[in-house]
Ligand binder design. Structure first.
Ligand code: DC
Length: 226
């Protein structure tokens, strides 16, 4: 399998928040002439919509039903981010701290996960070359992917990156809540802190953006070499 021609190619990338997954995965997709699927955006869009509808976040049945009913559209163009739910453009809104703080209510709902995994697998199937990133892509959504990578980074590096991304608008405890507390909650249903069998780990703690992209492309080349 070559990563450079038009063969089918599925790349699965998992990692905790602040590991640089999204920006690195987008850049890798561009490099490989592939589309890009941000599965976290799907969890975020559902969270936006249940909050908007005033649904009680502790009502697991209501959340599961909301996912099954959701009219969810997501762009897979790495250069054109677009997420719509019920026809409403929520591309920007799903990045707000209030969503980051509450998204675990959806991510830890097993029925909601099953439905989102099903939709993610459909999107992967519909595209010839795709880089999909999230928390359970290497293990649940695409365990047969051509390359499976866990992108990690130290706690310190992750907090620093997320803080920069949010433009210094969050204090230390808000940041820790959005990064570490969220990961701790999400870890109760998916393992994205240790690489599963056959999954390669790329640690980006001491790498800059370009170096991380190069390390991920390297791992993909190794995994896809005949
Ligand atoms: O990557 P992100 O921060 O946009 O993800 C948002 C939330 O969705 C995060 O709390 C974990 C969850 N998530 C998940 O459980 N499984 C995925 N495949 C992707 C995201």
């Amino acid at each position: 399998m070559s990563t450079l021609n038009n063969d089918t190619l599925v790349i699965a990338i998992d990692g905790p928040s602040g590991s640089g997954k999204s920006s690195v995965s987008k850049a890798v997709a561009r490099e490989l002439g592939a589309v890009y699927l941000d599965t976290g955006a799907m969890y975020r869009a559902i969270t936006y919509s249940v909050l908007d509808a005033g649904t009680d976040l502790t009502d697991a049945h209501a959340i599961a039903q909301a996912v099954r009913d959701a009219q969810l559209q997501i762009s897979v163009d790495p250069d054109a981010e677009l997420v719509k739910i019920g026809g409403v453009d929520v591309t920007q809104a799903i990045r707000e701290p209030r969503i980051s703080e509450q998204v675990s209510a959806v991510a830890t709902n097993l029925d909601a996960r099953a439905e989102l995994v099903r939709r993610q697998q459909e999107i992967i199937k519909a595209n010839t070359r795709i880089v999909a990133e999230g928390r359970d892509i290497t293990t649940v959504v695409a365990p047969d992917a051509d390359a499976r990578i866990l992108l990690t980074a130290s706690e310190e590096a992750r907090l620093r990156r997320r803080g920069l991304q949010l433009g210094g608008s969050q204090n230390d405890s808000q940041l820790a809540n959005q990064v570490l507390a969220r990961d701790a909650k999400d870890s109760t249903v998916v393992n994205f802190t240790q690489a599963a069998d056959g999954v390669m780990t790329v640690d980006s703690s001491d790498l800059d953006f370009e170096q991380t992209i190069a390390a991920v492309l390297d791992a993909i080349n190794t995994a896809t070499k005949n």
